[in-house]
Design a protein around this ligand. Structure first.
Ligand SMILES: Cc1cc2nc3c(=O)[nH]c(=O)nc-3n(C[C@H](O)[C@H](O)[C@H](O)COP(=O)(O)OP(=O)(O)OC[C@H]3O[C@@H](n4cnc5c(N)ncnc54)[C@H](O)[C@@H]3O)c2cc1C
Length: 510
């Protein structure tokens, strides 16, 4: 890690060198911006082992770290094993033989930061105490930001930047300046320990993450080698005696003993460290972008660790934050639209994970009627859920107008398509390469899904299809011409998109 003097100015200051901060730094620096990454020293703090799904590879490639991650030789996993809502074992392999990663987070984060340094990011160890903004504008690109770093620097320093990304995780250096939203969902405390067994464990799937629900909590085991596993329990802190002087180690062992399967891993195994605890409660934010800042990764929102998608979400959030920041720096006139786009997307992402987690909790609540499960089964409105990112295509397929249009398409001997009375072309923010741009979408109204503004349906570019629909008299000719000009789609998806345009009145057959 560089122990340079902190520069007094930078295009972008990133607070926090976890997955979100390191990923954003990698991308923004590769795109030519001066980036200063300030991160706390965590060399002595305990670190978790975490499971990353195979789909993370695509993100690693996108941020330019895939080769380095592969070189680091983290244990690769073939899937997950659950005892969830029943005593029956469910073992799931990742599709197509793909492999996930079991990473020790301190090592994983270091790989990402080293890659950032290799791309000319200035990485400085220090604790950011405060971030102040000297602009009241609701957009990036127009202000100067002052950052006071402490840590090994005896005197606080001030850095001016055009944008600050809060990637400080739960600490939320900027997020806690009035943006974080905790809601009334029950709190979760994670208690972790590292176990070793010299002969290893004779498990059917030794690389799998193991997850087990019990009456009032759940346990989770991540292997990092043949002989070493992390065992963590997730509990409601109110159900423990920790705030009344209870011992963490005692609570940890008591909770592990409630499991039938995961507790067996402790037989003939040695707990190598004192157990430690961390807060794992969910939260979101009122908004995710503001005057010269973005909240990124866990600083923006925290999803239930059950999903094993926290790191993936953090890196995806960083990728989007890099696009928004780049847009604000190179096209300040787009800053406001880009920040709104970012807030909408972060809110949708948080919502979709929250909906999924609530479903998993409901599965267990059906077996264990305990507040730990019932309290997490409902979505609390006070966390602010965004509207879903995509329309419900299943509902759309059953729409009577869609079905009628599809039937017409099959029997019409010839088509003469023209813009319909209800064609509405709108301008919405979308992504083109490294920038947020205003792109065309069609405003459509259907009884089953209500009003939506769409650019693509099943990969079919709706405004493009409207533009060329009148050029052909046969549907197969239109299909072929579309596929020659735009990204290829299959016939059922093409017919579905065409039916939607007819059913909604965006196109008519004259
Ligand atoms: C118990 C538990 C289990 C989990 N299991 C998984 C899993 O299996 N798979 C998965 O994908 N995700 C898992 N997660 C979620 C995952 O840990 C987070 O989503 C992920 O770490 C988010 O990355 P981040 O970069 O946004 O934040 P963080 O990883 O929290 O990084 C924040 C960084 O900011 C630094 N920082 C904080 N304050 C300051 C400051 N004032 N100044 C400078 N630097 C600062 C910190 O030192 C840290 O480096 C789990 C989380 C918990 C709590």
């Amino acid at each position: 890690m560089t122990r340079l003097r902190v520069p007094s100015t930078s295009d972008v200051v990133i607070v926090g060198g976890g997955p979100a901060g390191a990923a954003a730094a990698n991308v923004l620096s590769a795109w030519g911006h001066a980036v200063l990454l300030l991160t706390k020293s965590e060399d002595t703090a305990p670190t978790l082992a975490e499971s990353l799904p195979p789909s993370c590879r695509k993100l690693f490639r996108a941020i330019g770290v895939l080769e380095a991650i592969d070189k680091a030789k983290f244990l690769r996993s073939t899937g997950n094993t659950f005892w969830w809502g029943s005593d029956e074992l469910r073992s799931e392999r990742f599709t197509d033989g793909e492999l996930g990663y079991q990473v020790i987070r301190r090592e994983f984060d270091r790989v990402l930061r080293t890659q950032a340094e290799n791309k000319n990011v200035t990485v400085v160890q220090g604790t950011v105490k405060r971030v102040e903004f000297d602009t009241g504008e609701m957009s990036l690109g127009g202000g100067t930001v002052h950052v006071m770093a402490g840590g090994e620097h005896a005197n606080p320093v001030v850095v001016s930047a055009r944008a600050v990304l809060d990637c400080s995780g739960r600490a939320g250096v900027i997020a806690r300046q009035g943006f974080r939203r905790y809601g009334s969902a029950p709190a979760t405390l994670a208690i972790a320990g590292v176990w070793e067994r010299p002969d290893g464990w004779s498990l059917a799937e030794p690389t799998h993450t193991l997850v087990e629900a019990y009456r009032d909590g759940w346990a989770w085991s991540v292997p990092v080698s043949a002989m070493r596993r992390y065992l963590t329990v997730m509990v409601d802190p109110r159900e423990t005696d920790l705030d009344r002087g209870g011992q963490l180690a005692v609570t940890y062992r008591r909770e592990l003993a409630k499991t039938r399967q995961i507790s067996r891993l402790t037989d003939h195994a040695r707990l190598t460290t004192e157990p430690w605890a961390c807060d794992a409660s969910v939260y979101s934010a009122d908004r995710y972008a503001g005057p010269a800042f973005l909240l990124v990764g866990d600083a923006a929102s925290f999803i239930d660790p059950l999903s094993s998608f926290g790191v993936k979400k953090a890196i995806a959030s960083a990728w989007m934050a890099a696009i928004v920041t780049n847009t604000c720096l190179v096209k300040p006139e787009m800053a406001e639209a880009a920040c709104e786009f970012y807030t909408a997307r972060e809110s949708e992402v948080f919502s979709s994970y929250a909906v999924q987690a609530a479903e998993y909790f409901r599965d267990v609540a059906a077996k264990h009627d305990h507040p730990f499960w019932t309290g997490r089964s409902d979505l609390e409105d006070d966390l602010g859920f965004g509207s879903p990112a995509a329309i419900d295509l299943d509902a759309l397929r059953l729409d009577p107008a869609m079905q009628a249009a599809f039937a017409d398409l099959k029997v019409w001997p010839e088509i003469t398509l023209a813009p319909g009375d209800r064609l509405q072309v709108e301008r919405w923010p979308g992504i083109a390469g490294r920038e947020v741009v205003l792109e065309e979408r069609l405003g459509l109204e259907m009884s089953t899904v209500g009003r939506v503004a769409l650019r693509f349906v099943r990969g079919v570019d709706l405004p493009a299809l409207v533009r060329m629909a009148g050029d052909h008299r046969q549907v197969p000719d239109l299909f072929e011409a579309y596929n020659q000009r735009y990204s290829e789609v299959n016939l059922p998806d093409f017919l579905g998109a065409l039916s939607l345009l007819l059913a909604s009145g965006a196109l008519r057959n004259t």
